[in-house]
Ligand binder design. Sequence first.
Ligand code: FCB
Length: 464
Amino acid sequence: MPESTVLRFPEGFAWGSSTATVQVDGAAREGGKGESIWDRFASDPARIEDRTDPAVTCDHYHRFREDLELMRSLGLRAYRFSIAWPRILPEGEGAVNEAGLDFYDRLVDAMLERGIRPFATLFHWDLPQRLQDRGGWGARATVDAYLRYAQVVVERLGDRVRDWMTHNEPWVFAFCGHLYGVHAPGLRDLRTALTVAHHLLLSHGKVVPLVRAACAGARVGLVNNLEWIEPASDRPEDLAAAQRWDGAFNRWFLDPIFGRGYPRDLLAWYQGDAPRIEPGDLEVMATPIDFLGVNWYTRRLIAHDPTPRAASERAFLSGRQIYWPFVPRAEFDEWEIQPEGLYRTLLRVRRDYPATDLYVTENGTSWPDRPGPDGAVHDLVRIRYLARHAAAIHQAIEDGVPVRGYFVWSFLDNWEWAFGFNRRFGLVHVDYPTQRRTVKDSGRWYSRAARENGFPRADADSTL
Ligand code: FCB
């Protein structure tokens, strides 16, 4: 095929996929693991759409070799996974569970044996329940407990793992878990949510030098969920509402990391609910990082909304999302499918924040996939979705943005938090009763893109 019809990526571009321990590992009560806030949260079945819990999920804890073998056979050379804090320190602090560390030794070795580069996330939302009992991330002491946990992990794995992510999506953890109450630990309070976010960002800044000291050649970054926010019209009140949403989702979690402190407009909006900032906190948060991880799923159109709501009005930013009928939407949360928003987000990060490498650490789409009569999963919509988002990344790279890799969410269909097993994001279909894995057509498409370090431009040109 002539070169011009192929979107070719830079040499060394990492084609990978992501998972998180709560969503795939299972073995929730095995190997000495302590209880996590997600085990506790899901113990009330009413909180999970299909009334399931994360006790078994994809059984990746026992089947990781088979899963990594599949990954290798597909040519995926990078794997973003997360480490379970309660497996390392069952009580959150205190005694270390050697069996937990041994498990991660085996997992990492199995990746390296197959030529798969490990990208480890230290915290993907599974706080040990014991720490939650003492205030969780709302308590400043949890920052110190996290540092101790990270020290233990990096000392053990730092000779083999070079790429470290401190936190996954501080916005989602802080707000869905502590304001909207739909994620663990299920609280509903704006001030707590903002305090949790503050402690996450503070612990991020503190852990960066610790990881570097324990791991020669470490590359450390933070993973944020960014969204492309646009005003629904050019009416001044819509512009102001969109500005607030952008501030709450994006700038609140980027400005302090890049040395600008919290955005003033949002500090003024949050008033007395803003977090308590101790001397030195903002300097610590701004510790230089090696890369920023961008989880990207959707664009949002925001209009002004004066309707009072039950919870704190300030929390809802007096804005509301509107939908145009002609923009395609995903099954999940009515997310708009708008790859141009990813392109714009990458350019915006490049423009507004100091130069740092970027990875798209999550991107994907869920559909009710199942094998057809021929035994295959023909998920054409996901192929289009991935091709168009990868093309947006390609365009951003052409325009000078240093994007070093793309990680599809997710490798396997998995336990999607409060939606349980009702959302399938995988490149690989999982039949939960039998744990049978079936590579979807999108997995084959992605495999070819990874092997060829690119794909035909026509794959992205087609409409959904
Ligand atoms: C992100 C999470 C990830 C997964 C995807 C769909 O917010 O980081 O664990 O749930 O959404």
